[in-house]
Design a protein. Structure first.
Length: 95
């Protein structure tokens, strides 16, 4: 096995990982915005604000508290938030 064959496996895995993370990163935003009419009929702006304001707050405050938590906790928190968001959108829980 030459050098090119040895390096092909990790590079493909890395590329696949980045593609999947990119898709999952945008998934909740797209699903929520696509179902905005069903979530709050006639109030599309409210759904967009609900989608963008929490992310903006996290981005503004992250430098002050992000270092206090382990990487494992951050991944569990992000995964839990993703799952809860999709479940709430799917069940169409009234606000």
């Amino acid at each position: 096995m030459d050098h090119a064959e040895r390096m092909l496996g990790p590079h493909l895995r890395l590329r696949f990982g980045f593609v999947m993370l990119g898709l999952l990163n945008n998934l909740t935003f797209v699903v929520s915005n696509a179902s905005a009419g069903e979530l709050l009929p006639g109030q599309f702006a409210t759904v967009y604000l609900i989608n963008t304001v929490p992310g903006l707050l996290v981005k503004l405050t992250t430098p002050f508290w992000w270092h206090c938590f382990s990487y494992r906790f951050k991944l569990l928190l992000a995964g839990t938030c993703l799952a809860v968001n999709l479940i709430l959108v799917e069940t169409n829980v009234p606000i």
